[in-house]
Design a protein around this ligand. Structure first.
Ligand SMILES: Cc1cc2nc3c(=O)[nH]c(=O)nc-3n(C[C@H](O)[C@H](O)[C@H](O)COP(=O)(O)OP(=O)(O)OC[C@H]3O[C@@H](n4cnc5c(N)ncnc54)[C@H](O)[C@@H]3O)c2cc1C
Length: 288
């Protein structure tokens, strides 16, 4: 399979990437190429030009800033997975990165590419939503901060405007007494998430102070399961409370997807089971 013809430009600075994007109509950014190139080979995507941002200095890297982590958009999944800063401040994200694809995909694919692509079966969007992260985009009019809750709009659709480049993701570090878990039902052929669930639980005095639960893969974009989050708040997270919370997850998924591998009904079942397991794991990790 060969892609349609395209021009190729290697940007040396963010400003140059932005200028090239505006100049070449129908152009697309190229990061790790792990989603874009397969789509081009299948002719699902036929960009007139590729603007390669893979080598941009300053777009990759992870640093702690106050009570947050700032992760450059061009940071690979492998770098997130093995970062001591992520392991210490937000292990849920490392756990998510470790479950993406295979070694080759994790070494090439980037967090910015995954988030901007917004594949409903991708893993990062679900984790980023549960973590209440903020996405930072640069465009002709300067920088814009977009909360994760407003970023994922639909299948392969985000709040990024034409010509905007995702530059970093700002992730809040875990607070005291917090545990998190990301679990997925892995598609046996592609390893993408048929359904993925990210759970974050903060305990104080043995009761739930804060619960955050996001589900991906079940609908067009990841969603927060708000009713399920509210259920155990202020109470002891025992097995009964967690079971009751997980039972409310399906109400967050208005229009579950069906395909040849999994029906909508099966996806709702997976979401409920994975939510229960992820919450149990998060509670156990929060207890330390
Ligand atoms: C065999 C295989 C298995 C995979 N398994 C999984 C899996 O289990 N879970 C999972 O989540 N993913 C999986 N993936 C996808 C992988 O994680 C990709 O790396 C990721 O989705 C896209 O990142 P990328 O850096 O490769 O982006 P690219 O493919 O280069 O780009 C993807 C899209 O994002 C745009 N883009 C890239 N960077 C930016 C930016 N900074 N700002 C704005 N737009 C940008 C591009 O223009 C393009 O439209 C798999 C891929 C393959 C090939």
């Amino acid at each position: 399979m060969y892609p349609a013809e395209f021009e190729y430009f290697r940007a040396r600075t963010l400003a140059e990437a932005s200028r090239l994007l505006r100049k070449h109509k129908g152009s697309r950014l190229l990061a790790g190429g792990q989603s874009l190139l397969p789509a081009m080979k299948l002719r699902i995507s036929e960009p007139a030009a590729l603007i390669d941002i893979g080598g941009l200095r300053g777009l990759a890297g992870i640093r702690a800033k106050g009570k947050t982590l700032v992760i450059g958009a061009a940071t690979t999944h492998a770098a997130v997975m093995s970062s001591p800063i992520v392991a210490k401040s937000c292990p849920l994200l490392a756990e998510t990165a470790a479950q993406i694809g295979d070694v080759q995909v994790r070494n090439r694919g980037t967090i910015g590419g995954s988030l901007a692509n917004a594949d409903p079966a991708a893993d990062y969007p679900t984790a980023i939503l549960a973590l209440d992260a903020t996405l930072v985009a640069a465009g002709a009019r300067g920088e814009r901060k977009i909360p994760a809750g407003k970023f994922f709009l639909d299948v392969f659709t985000t709040a990024l405007k034409a010509g905007e480049i995702l530059t970093s993701v700002v992730v809040p570090a875990y607070g005291e007494g917090t545990g998190g878990a990301y679990l997925k039902h892995r598609h046996p052929a592609s390893s993408y998430a048929v359904v993925g669930v990210a759970a974050l639980v903060q305990l104080s005095g043995g009761v739930c102070k804060r619960v955050s639960l996001a589900v991906g893969g079940a609908g067009g974009n990841p969603v927060r399961a708000c009713e399920a989050e509210a259920a155990p708040s202020g109470s002891k997270p025992d097995a009964k409370a967690i079971e009751a919370a997980a039972a409310k997850v399906a109400s967050a998924i208005a229009d579950p997807m069906s395909d040849t591998y999994a029906s909508g009904e099966y996806r709702l079942h997976l979401a409920t089971v994975l939510a229960r397991r992820a919450l149990m794991e998060a509670v156990s990790r929060a207890r330390g």
